[in-house]
Design a binder for this molecule. Structure first.
Ligand SMILES: NC(=O)c1ccc[n+]([C@@H]2O[C@H](COP(=O)([O-])OP(=O)(O)OC[C@H]3O[C@@H](n4cnc5c(N)ncnc54)[C@H](O)[C@@H]3O)[C@@H](O)[C@H]2O)c1
Length: 442
């Protein structure tokens, strides 16, 4: 670089003080351009991030389970260790956070981190209530020019997400009318587990409960294998949102990515009888979404627990697709799962003459690794596929569906205000009550 160009790309502040652009001088992977990452939740899903964050400086580790913390520390021996994420996030050199805790603390960690100027990768589901989704999104939007965020729906990296979006946008099924997504997992639970024994010394159970109401310890909440333990606690209202937040985050993403939605104007749902302690296994939720600049108003639906949408034609059996989505348009259907798709241009006029496949050079480009996209974004343009606006809207819809399910009525929603318009009792369910000492937006 010539001296004049070099000086043009640098910035001066005050007399004689020169700020040098880091990437110009050192390159994206130079030691001086590494992120200082805190990993919160250092086992299970946390381990799935070891590879992607090990290119950076992992400076802090936090886990409420000291054995799991030691597991993380064996991989990242130079990191400081914590059992309370609130103390961890106050470590001054942290500039990026990966959160893999239980669902009921995701929004807390995400907000606290953004409020401290830290980039965030947060495992799905991003929030556990409508209010949590809104606060996380608002904090992101406030910091959008400074922070990169990504919600952990890593299946989004499959190229099928782009292909599905292109088919819908290019009109392969005509004008879009509705889309539904579903997941067939069933994890029935009778209710919170009874008290059984004392928490082991290495587990800070009170911190694990965190902001949620206290429930007695039972080893059953911790019996799952690495990366699967979430299934031991996520069916309980105070710890998760069942399959709505779990596989719902991944599978609704298939639909969400192709429809450019904002927030729904209504929600209705039905399923298993409402239980005060556990989330439903069988459930269907339906939402009305307003028109946008390329499609009319549409209906968006979620089905779970072996409740499926109606087959598009008798010889396509949706029950064979464990987790999938179906788009319905004026000229046909598109059925897909995470990695494949089937076009059914079977409706009146569905002769495909109206549809021109994109030339190869107009295809949406592959995103590369999903976690890597966030790391690159933190160091550069801050652009990610599943930032907290995109994913915040999606989880707000899903949490609103659970509110409609609990009140047992179709509810009208004002997304700008974050209020249910016609059933005041539903507004009580948009937020959660936290234990004293825990602040969502601290
Ligand atoms: N993206 C995916 O495909 C995927 C896959 C599995 C799990 N997940 C998500 O990852 C999260 C963790 O799931 P898991 O199965 O690993 O659960 P887990 O119960 O094993 O928890 C993971 C780790 O976090 C620790 N932890 C829990 N609460 C904490 C807190 N408040 N502070 C610090 N550490 C805490 C646990 O002790 C454990 O070591 C869940 O939200 C789940 O939905 C995502």
């Amino acid at each position: 670089m010539k001296r004049r160009q070099f000086l043009q790309s640098a910035a001066f502040i005050g007399a004689g003080t020169l700020i040098l652009p880091r990437t110009t001088l050192f390159g994206a992977n130079a030691p001086s351009n590494k992120l200082n990452i805190a990993l919160i939740g250092t086992w299970g899903r946390g381990e799935a991030h070891f590879g992607s964050i090990s290119t950076e400086n992992v400076v802090a580790l936090c886990d409420v389970n000291e054995e799991h913390l030691a597991f993380g520390a064996r991989k990242f021996p130079n990191a400081k260790t914590y059992v309370d994420w609130r103390q961890c996030l106050d470590q001054k050199d942290i500039n990026a956070v990966v959160c893999c805790t239980a669902d009921h603390t995701h929004a807390f960690v995400a907000n606290w981190a953004m409020n401290r100027g830290q980039h965030v990768y947060c495992e799905k589901p991003l929030a556990n209530s409508v209010e949590e989704a809104r606060v996380v999104r608002a904090n992101f939007l406030k910091n959008k020019t400074k922070l990169a965020t990504q919600c952990g729906t890593q299946r989004h990296e499959h190229e099928n997400f782009n292909r599905v979006r292109e088919l819908i946008r290019d009109g392969a099924i005509g004008e879009l009318e509705s889309v539904c997504a579903w997941g067939d997992r069933q994890i029935p639970r009778p209710g919170y587990l009874p008290a059984e024994g004392e928490p082991p010394k290495h587990l800070h159970y009170d911190l694990w409960i965190g902001p949620s109401p206290m429930h007695p310890y039972n080893p059953g909440y911790f019996k799952g294998g690495p990366g699967m333990n979430c299934l031991s606690w996520n069916m309980y209202w105070d710890f998760g949102s069942g399959q709505v937040g779990d596989m719902g985050s991944h599978t609704m993403d298939l639909a969400w990515n192709a429809i450019d939605p904002t927030l729904p104007t209504s929600a209705e749902a039905k399923g298993d009888p409402v239980h005060p302690e556990v989330t439903p296994v069988k459930l269907q939720m339906h939402f009305e979404h307003p028109a946008n600049d390329w499609r009319p108003a549409i209906r968006v639906s979620w089905y779970q627990g072996k409740v499926f949408p109606e087959n598009p034609v008798s010889y396509v059996d949706l029950t064979k697709v464990g987790h999938g989505a179906m788009f319905e348009g004026s000229k046909g259907f598109l059925v897909c799962d995470f990695t494949s798709r089937v076009l059914l241009p079977g409706r009146k006029g569905g002769d495909l003459t109206y549809y021109k496949p994109r030339p190869k050079d107009a295809l949406l480009p592959p995103m590369g690794g999903f976690q890597k996209q966030w790391i690159t974004a933190c160091k550069g343009d801050l652009k990610t596929s599943c930032d907290f606006e995109y994913s915040g809207n999606m989880i707000e819809q899903m949490m609103l569906g659970l509110v409609a399910y609990r009140v047992g009525k179709k509810i009208k929603y004002d997304g700008a205000a974050g209020k249910v318009i016609d059933h005041p009792e539903a507004n009580e369910l948009l937020s959660r009550k936290y234990r004293p000492g825990w602040t969502l937006n601290g």
